[in-house]
Each structure stands twice: as C-alpha cells, then as structure tokens.
Design a protein around this ligand. Structure first.
Ligand SMILES: NC(=O)c1ccc[n+]([C@@H]2O[C@H](COP(=O)([O-])OP(=O)(O)OC[C@H]3O[C@@H](n4cnc5c(N)ncnc54)[C@H](OP(=O)(O)O)[C@@H]3O)[C@@H](O)[C@H]2O)c1
Length: 308
C-alpha cells in the first residue's frame, strides 16, 4: 500500500468517496458498499461535515454518521484511514479558529472516533488570516484529535503561502492536497498547483476521479442517464470526451478490465497522486472501481491517454 507523503498512513490505491452516503445511497446500501470496499482491500475513506446537506431532508453530517455507525460495527478502526473536512457547512463555512475547533469536535462525535486521521481545510477562506486558520489546525494535532492536516481547493499561490507560514511558525504542515482532477478536467491542477505540491513533498488525493460518472463510460451519445450528477457529468460528452472514451474502451478491452478502472489508473499514475477518490452507490458500481486496487497501466498507455 502506498504511504501518504511524509505520514505513516498506509492507504489503498483507491480512496472511497463518501458524499453518496445518506444521499444517493441509504444506510443499508452504504454499509454494503463500505463492507465490500474493505473486503476488497480498501482502507481510505473520504467524507466531510457538509455531506450531504444538499439532499432533501438533510442538514449535513449524514455521511459521517453512517461511516461512524459502520466503524462501530468493526474491530479494525485502526486499519481504516478516515479523512474528513471542515469549511463548507452552513453556519460553519469559514476557516476561523472557533469554526475549526468546534467542527472537529462535531465530526469526531458523528464518526464515533477519538481522532481523525486526515483533516482537510475544505475551501480556502480569504477572509480569515491564514495564521489563525493554521494555528487552529496545529492545535488539533497537538491535542491528538487530528493526526494529519491537509488542504482542498487551494490555488498554487495560497498553498505555497500556507506552507511557508506552517514552516515559519512550526505548525503541523499540510501533508496532502485534494484538488479536482481527472482525465477530462486537468487544467486546474496540472502546472502551477502540481508544481507546489511536488516541490513540497505533498501527496495528491484527487476528487471527481470519475468526472462524476462520465469516466465509467455510461454517458454516451443518445443515452439518457438518470442521476443527480447527469447534468454536470454529461457536459464532458464533447469531441474531447468522446476521444477519451474511445481510448479508455480500447485499453479496458486490452486489459479485460473496466473503463472506470483504466481512467482511475491513469490518475493514480500521475506525478504526486497517491490515491484517486471515487464514489459508488451500489455494489455493482463499486465492483467496477475496485480493480484499481491492484491494476497498473504501462507508461506507454498512460502517455497515450495523456496525449489526447
Ligand atoms: N474536496 C472537494 O471539494 C470535493 C468535491 C466533490 C467531491 N469530493 C469527494 O470526492 C468523492 C468523489 O466525487 P463524486 O462522488 O461526486 O464523483 P466521482 O467519483 O467522479 O463519480 C462517482 C459517481 O459516478 C457514478 N458511478 C460510480 N461508479 C459507477 C459505475 N461503475 N457505473 C456507473 N456509474 C458509476 C455514481 O453516480 P451516479 O450513480 O449518481 O451516476 C457515483 O456516485 C466524493 O464522494 C467526495 O468524497 C470532494
């Protein structure tokens, strides 16, 4: 299993996205997906306090609560790497000291654990001094409530600035970045952001690894997909997207694997990437993703996909 940058966290090559739990997957379905993921060798679960506040009847925290109930049924909490985030839930959507400290307590309670393995600053907050934000994360690490801290959705400039402050003040440093990154959405990460990540030895844990389902190959011309993600996912169905699907189809056939596993393998094999995040709401969907756990493309195949 790869090690997450400078940490002692051993994580599986597929990180399981948790925003489906309590949204498109009810509690029983979520337990089934989590059980199957762990049985296949997965141990890295991604959630956030805000998941999934946007679903009807929800107010946030539903995903953490389900994961907490699932963990409570198991005896291997120490083998599971639990990542959660703060900063996007209504009423807690900033990076002020009090928000971070209070939200961490609420997440610990919902997850039913005494520490969070990886705690993300979900969204950069330009209205709070970085010094205040980073001191709060450092406090959580010193108090043993969080093992490692990480950033999500940061620009290259702000990430570099945050890392400089952490170094200067002797604060716990970000060990990872969680950006949007996949085969059909590369601009936001490749280049400046990736350079800062690489220069500072951070790990990349990209989200939307499947471009909201597009990279499973289920969005095709003339096919209607029923999913709350369909509007955004089907935007990738342009000339470039079709070219990507054509090569993914070809490589999936060559390796007798799934289109999703090939797309995720390309991502897992990009510089600095340790484990792509992808979610599944059913066992059938998950079984298309878990081949990634022990599947690699050749460098020539990676280059072929990168060149599109
Ligand atoms: N840091 C951030 O700001 C941020 C933002 C977004 C997400 N995230 C994290 O990243 C995770 C992944 O994002 P995501 O779940 O939105 O997108 P994704 O992983 O790119 O797409 C997953 C979705 O694709 C569909 N899918 C998966 N496997 C499939 C299969 N085998 N066949 C057909 N469809 C399949 C399912 O949606 P349908 O069945 O509904 O089509 C599934 O929920 C989230 O759970 C969350 O943990 C982080």
């Amino acid at each position: 299993m790869p090690i997450l940058s400078t940490t002692d966290l051993n994580v599986s090559r597929l990180c399981l996205g948790g925003n489906v739990f309590g949204w498109t997957a009810d509690e029983d379905q979520s337990f089934a997906v989590l059980d199957a993921y762990a049985a296949a060798g997965g141990n890295f679960i991604d959630t956030a306090d805000v998941y999934s506040a946007w679903a009807e009847g929800n107010s946030g925290g539903e995903s953490e609560t389900i994961i907490g109930k699932w963990l409570a049924k198991r005896s291997d909490r120490d083998q599971i790497v639990v990542a959660t985030k703060v900063g996007m839930l209504a009423g807690f959507n900033n990076q002020k000291r009090d928000t971070i400290l209070t939200s961490a307590e609420r997440s610990l309670k919902r997850l039913g654990v005494d520490h969070i393995d990886l705690y993300y600053n979900h969204l950069d907050d330009p209205n709070t001094p970085l010094e205040e934000t980073l001191a709060a994360y450092d406090q959580l690490v010193k108090d043993g409530k969080v093992r490692y801290v990480a950033a999500s959705n940061f620009s290259a400039e702000r990430l570099a600035q945050a890392l400089e402050i952490q170094e200067r003040e002797g604060f716990a440093k970000f060990v990872a970045l969680q950006p949007e990154y996949n085969l059909v959405s590369r601009d936001k990460f490749e280049g400046d952001v990736q350079d800062v990540v690489a220069r500072n030895g951070l790990a990349t844990v990209p989200y939307f690894g499947l471009a909201r389902g597009f990279l499973t190959g289920k969005y095709r011309p003339g096919v209607e997909v029923r999913s709350p993600r369909a509007g955004a996912a089907s935007k990738h169905l342009d000339e470039h997207g079709l070219q990507v699907l054509e090569v993914l189809d070809d490589l999936a056939e060559t390796h007798q694997t799934t289109v999703a596993a090939v797309a995720l393998a390309w991502l897992a094999q990009q510089p600095t990437v340790v484990a792509p995040i992808a979610s599944a709401r059913t066992l059938e969907q998950l079984s298309d993703l878990t081949p990634l756990l022990d599947f690699e493309l050749t460098q020539a195949e990676v280059d072929r996909l990168s060149a599109i």
